[in-house]
Structures are given as structure tokens and as C-alpha cells.
Design a protein. Structure first.
Length: 334
């Protein structure tokens, strides 16, 4: 005792308060330290005051501790409260007050814990939602880029090819007409893509194309470029599913673009075979003797064709076969 102040109880009171700061660093270590302080408080006769601190610590344990620590603390607190209640005392202790303090503090701690966990869940959901939105935007951009490639690039290839033929008086009129038609179609497709990119209402549906129309259009364009075109099979066969019709129409148009860019002199053959199980489209064109450098290719068209076929559970091949370039797609009928 110094000047009427008992050193032991004062130190324990300060230690019990300091333990609360330790919870920020390690809840388990802090709870253990609080238990030691409580045991020492019996020797200093301050066990009831330290038990208040132990009861208040329930909030920190339930907010910061794991399940094992929470259960250990609950058992320890009940034991401590029982020891204090049934200890050798001249004045009885109302242990219910400590239980109420611990219950209220624990409820507050649990509410804070639940709020924090809910906040983390919402943050994770918001992050996932933002990522899904980003992926959706990227997918839409890739789709629009694909539409531009599949349609407008084809028409511009036709224009570029026939511009080179305008000086030939024998085909100048046909080339002018082909340029006019290709430019009109390119403008229509561009208008559709612009509508797609607009946030407002869209007046038109996605132009999927028709296989018969695509083959006839390709035959006309390839013939105008000086190739003989042979078509086998019936593109109007009623057995052809809609998805096959759409995918094959895209393949015909993309192949026509590649033929106009790269094919050598000779016959172009389009063969369509239909049975009860599969539909097969093959397009064969002569390889060039020398590569054309005025109409370069990025290889995007082949990738797009492969993606469409594989996406429809089909098989796709493209490459040189003997002295020709052959594109082949096989799709299930169901």
C-alpha cells in the first residue's frame, strides 16, 4: 500500500483494461490473459470487479473470436461466475447482474460480427456482379465485332475486288453493279450494328440469313470474279434445322469472302449433304499460284467459322487438300 492506495488491485485493474486492447491483435491471447488476470484477482480481493471486465469481454469474443474460442470463453465465464457466486463471502453476490452484462455484450458483439460478415458477402456479390457485367460488355463487343467481320468485311472485299476490274470494259458494267449492291448491303448491315449498339429500342431482329440465299449470293459474287461455281445438294431441304441453316449460311458467306480474296483460277464447288443424322457442307476452291497481298487476311474468319460450328456441337476443318483449299463443316440434325 502506498499513501492509502493498494498497489495490487490497482495493477490488476489496469491489466484488465489493457487486455481489451490486446483483442485487436489476438483474441485468443487476450482471452487467456484475461483469465490469468481473473485468477490473480482472487488474491487481491478484486474478483468481482474483474468479473465485470470478463463479462464485457463477451462482446469482443463473439465479434472477433472463432467458434472454439467462443465456446472456451463461455465455459470459462460460467465457471468464473460460479466460483464468485459460491465463494466464501460475507456479503452474497448477485451473479445475475454479470450474466446480464455478458449476454448484452455478447449480443452486441454477435450483431457486429453478423453485420461484418454480411458486408463481406455483399462486397463479394457486388464484385461478382461487376465482373459479370464487364464480361457481358466484352461479350457484346465481341459479338458486334464478329457481326462487322462476318457481314461488312465481306461486302468490302467484293467492292475492293471489283474496283480493280473497272478498267476492263468487258466487265466494267457488271463490276459497277456489284459494287453498288455490295455498298448498299454494307450500309444496311452497318445500320443494324449501330442500332445494336444503341441503348434505345431496337426496331429490327438479328439478321440470321438463309442458306439458300447465301449460296445464291456467293455463286453470283464468285462467278463475277471469273470462277465457275458448282453447287450440289438442296439448301431448301425442309429437314435442315434452323441452327444448321444459320451456321451454314455464315460459313458460305465467310468462305465466299476468302475465295474472292485468295482463290486461284479454277472451279469452286459447294456440296451440301443431308441425312437423318448429320448435315455436311464442304466448299472447295483452287489454291492460288502466288499469294495476293492487296487483300490481306487476319485469319479471323476461320476462327469465327470454327467457333460457330463447335458451338453447335459440330465438327469443322479447313486447310489445303491436294491442289485446293477445302472448308468442311458437319452438324447434327437434332
Amino acid at each position: 500500500m502506498v499513501d492509502g492506495v493498494q498497489i495490487g488491485p490497482s495493477i490488476l485493474s489496469v491489466a484488465a483494461t489493457a487486455v481489451f486492447a490486446l483483442y485487436i491483435w489476438s483474441p485468443m491471447l487476450a482471452t487467456g490473459a484475461l483469465g490469468i488476470v481473473f485468477i490473480l484477482s482472487f488474491f487481491a480481493g478484486t474478483d468481482t470487479s474483474v468479473l465485470v471486465a470478463v463479462a464485457v469481454a463477451a462482446g469482443l469474443v463473439l465479434r472477433l473470436g472463432r467458434t472454439a474460442l467462443v465456446l472456451t470463453y463461455a465455459a470459462g465465464f460460467l465457471i468464473a461466475a460460479t466460483v464468485v457466486a459460491y465463494g466464501d463471502r460475507a456479503v452474497p453476490v448477485n451473479i445475475g447482474i454479470y450474466l446480464v452484462i455478458a449476454t448484452v455484450a455478447g449480443a452486441v458483439g454477435y450483431a457486429l460480427r453478423f453485420g461484418a460478415e454480411r458486408g463481406r458477402v455483399l462486397e463479394h456479390e457486388l464484385a461478382e456482379s461487376a465482373e459479370q457485367e464487364r464480361q457481358a460488355v466484352l461479350a457484346e463487343r465481341r459479338w458486334i465485332a464478329g457481326e462487322l467481320h462476318d457481314s461488312i468485311a465481306h461486302h468490302l472485299t467484293v467492292v475492293a475486288l471489283h474496283v480493280q476490274m473497272l478498267d476492263d470494259p468487258t466487265v466494267s458494267a457488271q463490276s459497277q453493279e456489284a459494287i453498288r449492291v455490295a455498298a448498299r448491303k454494307a450500309m444496311a448491315d452497318l445500320r443494324f450494328v449501330i442500332e445494336l449498339a444503341d441503348d434505345g429500342p431496337r426496331a429490327s431482329e438479328v439478321p440470321t440469313g438463309d442458306l439458300g440465299e447465301a449460296i445464291e449470293e456467293a455463286r453470283t459474287e464468285i462467278s463475277a470474279a471469273g470462277h465457275e461455281v458448282v453447287v450440289e445438294g438442296d439448301p431448301l431441304d425442309e429437314r435442315i434445322p434452323r441452327i444448321v441453316d444459320i451456321v451454314f449460311a455464315r460459313i458460305v458467306r465467310e468462305s465466299a469472302t476468302n475465295i474472292l480474296k485468295h482463290a486461284g483460277a479454277g472451279e469452286v464447288a459447294m456440296r451440301l449433304q443431308i441425312d437423318d443424322e448429320h448435315a455436311t457442307l464442304s466448299i472447295r476452291s483452287p489454291l492460288p499460284t502466288t499469294p495476293r497481298r492487296d487483300l490481306p487476311s487476319s485469319g479471323t474468319g476461320l476462327n469465327r467459322m470454327a467457333e460457330r460450328v463447335i458451338g453447335a456441337s459440330g465438327e469443322f476443318t479447313a486447310g489445303p487438300v491436294d491442289d485446293a483449299w477445302e472448308v468442311s463443316a458437319r452438324l447434327p440434325m437434332t
